[in-house]
Design a protein around this ligand. Structure first.
Ligand SMILES: Cc1cc2nc3c(=O)[nH]c(=O)nc-3n(C[C@H](O)[C@H](O)[C@H](O)COP(=O)(O)OP(=O)(O)OC[C@H]3O[C@@H](n4cnc5c(N)ncnc54)[C@H](O)[C@@H]3O)c2cc1C
Length: 372
């Protein structure tokens, strides 16, 4: 059986590091979690919105899901259009299980819920505490931390969990490569807050030839538009008077993952281990899976299996996201015409439709055995 006295150091108190900290704690461990930021990022600058059914299942035993559901907006439909013509509507509530449909909650709110739930165990992250590298060898390895008062300390650990995001220093210190490639396109993001409540029950993807624009709810009065088109603002049909633009940003997209996901007592979770396009809303959700699987495996004394068990799920999600992103960004006129004809036909086939919904809800990765 696993030794609950193990010294577990988690680097990164983003959503994935916090989920790992909660899962370890509820299983009887006392992890130390550090983050170089002074606190969680502003809610207005929330990257992730979509929380899928797999995450709701995984986070339920810790009491997180009930709190997410109390605040989140349920998205019932995904609607796809090509040049303003309706191609396909998918009902995301048609799955068996305790939870249905995609839920949307700004990442900043999700992080605060995780922090509040962690505090129920009498625990909190150490903010303004940066991981700077590793020293020593074998059992004498230490993490170098720069504390909030500027002092540097060496900290011994039995397990180091790198949940420190896409530019992970833990990954670099463990000597793990992050191979992959970046897309040429720049993505533009704008959140509009409206004067009245709006219909938040659906997500839309508008395909153009070429280019894509997505419309997602952020909350009951805010919509997010994400596009590869420089003139996308001219294509938006606003549902109400704009009151404010809480956030706008531009970002590039890369597809990368580590292999293996662990080495010599260092385990990578979330964006530190894999990054891909936000189309499909899977990055944070996949990171929640990593965190929950890792804590379970450690509690079973089976952490040596972590990388082998997680990599197939990571590869699958990256391949699916790459396919969906490729379909949204295609440029060849013949391919565009074929997509616009085939999508409604294939989407009408019950088996393919069911598979599509299961993927959108994160149910295409292995079921957590501890929840069976
Ligand atoms: C526009 C956009 C939309 C997205 N939408 C979705 C979505 O709808 N659904 C979804 O699932 N995913 C989505 N994602 C992806 C999602 O945002 C990420 O997958 C998620 O934030 C990863 O969480 P994380 O905890 O692994 O990393 P991060 O959120 O990056 O957190 C890493 C933490 O580590 C800390 N840190 C970094 N270096 C150090 C260090 N040296 N020492 C100490 N601390 C350190 C940072 O301060 C930070 O707090 C989206 C991404 C983008 C860009």
């Amino acid at each position: 059986m696993a030794n609950r006295e193990r010294r577990i150091l988690i680097v990164g108190a983003g959503p994935v590091g916090l989920a790992a900290a909660i899962e370890f704690t509820r299983r009887g461990y006392r992890p130390r979690i550090v983050d170089m930021a002074p606190g969680p990022p502003p809610i207005a600058e929330s990257r992730a919105l979509a929380i899928n059914v797999r995450s709701l299942d995984l986070l339920e035993p810790a009491g997180v899901t009930a709190r997410i559901l109390a605040e989140a907006v349920q998205v019932r439909e995904m609607r796809m259009f090509a040049n303003e013509r309706a191609l396909l509507t998918v009902d995301t509530t048609q799955v068996n299980g305790r939870f249905q449909g995609m839920h949307v909650l700004p990442q900043g709110r999700t992080q605060r819920i995780l922090l509040e739930q962690f505090s129920q165990f009498g625990m909190k992250p150490e903010w303004s505490t940066a991981f700077q590298g590793l020293s020593g060898q074998g059992d004498n390895r230490k993490a170098l931390l720069k504390l909030s008062d500027g002092a540097g300390v060496e900290v011994g650990f039995d397990m180091l969990v790198g949940a420190d995001g896409a530019h992970s220093l833990v990954r670099k210190a463990a000597g793990l490569e992050f191979p992959g490639n970046a897309l040429a396109e720049t993505f533009h993001l704008v959140d509009y807050r409206y004067a009245n409540e709006i219909d938040t029950s659906f997500i839309e993807a508008h395909f153009y030839g070429p280019g894509v624009m997505g419309r997602l709810p952020v909350d009951s009065r805010t919509l997010r538009f994400v596009s590869t088109l420089a003139d996308f603002r001219d294509r938006i049909h606003h549902p109400a008077r704009i009151e404010e633009i809480p956030w706008e940003a531009e970002f590039r997209v890369s597809f990368r993952h580590v292999d293996p996901m662990a080495r010599a007592g260092v385990f990578l979770c979330g964006d530190a281990a894999h990054i891909h396009s936000p189309i499909g809303g899977r990055g944070m959700n996949l990171g929640f899976e990593d965190a929950c699987w890792l804590a379970w495996l450690v509690s079973e004394g089976r952490e040596a299996e972590y990388s082998d068990l997680r990599l197939p799920a990571v590869r699958r999600v990256l391949a699916e996201t790459r396919r969906n992103t490729g379909m949204a960004l295609m440029r060849n006129p013949v391919a565009l015409a074929a997509r616009n004809v085939l999508m409604p036909m294939l989407g009408g086939l019950p088996w393919l439709r069911r598979q599509g919904v299961r993927g959108a809800l994160g149910l295409d990765t292995p079921s957590p055995p501890w929840l069976a």
